[in-house]
Design a protein around this ligand. Structure first.
Ligand code: 5AD
Ligand code: SF4
Length: 427
């Protein structure tokens, strides 16, 4: 979602005549689009602002937006004279005006309602044929560790008509793949009457002429209905990849986190997905070192990781976030050293699984959608339906082509392949 917000920021700036700069030293305006999900992300921003303070040039405008702007507000101004404007993400269309005015007194605009949307603003994407499309904003789950509901507000679904109009317009401008975004896409439509839900939305988006691929993230295990699983299985355009955050393999920790499912329920859904969607890629998020996590809880997480056999996993050390239930109610009692240790163990286990999953694809033929050039144009980088990165020799290929590729080699994080033939329509 943050990446998509940045696409809007680039779109707004370009439309106003600004160019994306090479380095902060030459820039007229420096924009921080921040994330508050973990402390490590925040530390990068504080560190970067600190080092910018002595190098900031006269006439340069420094803007902070995104979730940290909402969380810290005018606290940014107490950290010296580096920051000129603090804007909620809804206010990014003000940046060109603020940069041109060369403001001398700090400016702060944090809209307090969740009604406003930036979806009508222009976007500038890095991959021309693939677009991120939010279907819902905010989140109404109450995971104890998570700051998202605080900084992004409760879940609001976008109107299906607005989403489809956007996808139609994207398709007519050459986009062939859309990624439907939401903190919990599976509960899409819960706030509308008329029976629209995520399974129906998937079908409608897949039916838009010119759209060859539909992806979505993120799913929540409690809301991933059989209907949705069936739709993923049945609709050709929907990529066979489900990102399904597990967070922990211990029932005690899942309950403390307030995730709303047990490890047995999670494994049942994972099994159902694997049964109904042959060849599906299942990926996940896991947090290690949540308050109260013992060696035994952690070993249960390793066990679930192995049993489900995730093709990939994003692993995080628990980071207390002020204002969340976990930070109010629990002591952060797993030491930093122990969190690091658990993270490394999980990393080793998952890397092996990822390698094995990639190696199992060598010799097979996959449909790869070409995204952009890599390594000085020698290769094109594309993605297989399961979201694996595939490097393909560049001869005769173009961005947006759907190519049948024979996989010849597996690396640690990507595949190497040879293009056999162009399939379907190329744009
Ligand atoms: N500490 C560590 N990881 C977190 N995540 C969310 N909040 C925290 C936190 N406080 C992770 C979860 C989520 C992913 C986007 O970030 O695993 O799924
Ligand atoms: Fe955060 Fe939980 Fe919502 Fe995901 S589902 S954004 S982890 S509160």
């Amino acid at each position: 979602m943050n990446v998509h917000d940045s696409e809007h920021i680039r779109g707004v700036m370009e439309e106003a005549g600004f160019l994306l700069g090479g380095s902060p030293a030459d820039a007229q305006v420096i924009i921080y689009n921040t994330c508050a999900v973990r402390k490590s992300a925040e530390d990068k921003v504080w560190g970067s602002l600190g080092s910018l303070s002595s190098r900031k040039k006269d006439g340069q405008t420094v803007v902070v937006t995104g979730c940290m702007a909402r969380k810290y507000g005018i606290e940014f101004l107490r950290k010296g004279k580096t920051v000129d404007a603090i804007l909620g993400i809804e206010s990014i269309s003000r940046i060109p005006e603020l940069a041109s005015m060369r403001i001398s007194t700090p400016f702060c605009e944090l809209v307090s309602t969740w009604d406003s949307s930036i979806e009508s603003l222009p976007t500038k994407r890095t991959i021309s044929t693939k677009a991120l499309v939010p279907v819902s904003l905010g989140c109404s789950k109450e995971c104890a560790y998570c700051i998202v509901p605080i900084v992004r507000g409760p879940e609001r679904s976008r109107k299906p008509g607005d989403i489809l109009r956007e996808v139609l317009s994207l398709a007519s401008s050459g986009v062939v793949e859309v990624v439907l975004l939401g903190q919990n896409v599976n509960s899409y439509g819960h706030d509308f009457s008329g029976g629209i839900n995520f399974a129906k939305l998937l079908r409608k988006v897949a039916d838009v002429p010119g759209i060859k691929r539909v992806r979505f993230e993120t799913s929540h295990p409690s809301d991933l209905s059989i209907d949705i699983v069936d739709s993923i299985a049945e609709i050709d355009e929907v990529c066979k990849h489900v990102h399904l955050p597990l967070q922990s393999g211990s029932n005690k920790i899942l309950s403390l986190m307030g995730r709303g499912y047990s490890k047995e329920e999670y494994e049942d859904i994972a099994q159902e997905i694997r049964k109904k969607i042959p060849g599906v890629t299942l990926t996940t998020d896991i947090i290690v070192g949540f308050p109260g996590e013992t060696e035994k809880d952690f070993s249960e997480t390793i066990d679930v990781l192995g049993r489900v056999g995730f093709e990939n996993a994003y692993l995080f050390k628990y980071s207390p976030r002020e204002g969340t239930r976990a930070s109010r109610m629990f002591v952060d009692d797993v030491s930093e050293q122990e969190k690091q240790h658990r993270l490394e163990i999980l990393n080793i286990v998952q890397e092996r699984q990822t390698m094995r999953a990639l190696e199992s694809l060598v010799g097979s033929t996959l449909e790869v959608l070409i995204e952009n050039r890599a390594r000085k144009g020698e290769y094109f980088l594309g993605r297989a339906p399961g979201n694996q990165v595939v490097l393909v020799g560049a001869d005769g290929l173009r961005e947006g082509m759907l190519v049948s590729v024979r996989i010849v080699k597996a690396g640690k994080h990507s595949l190497r392949g040879v293009a056999e033939k162009v399939v379907g329509r190329s744009c």
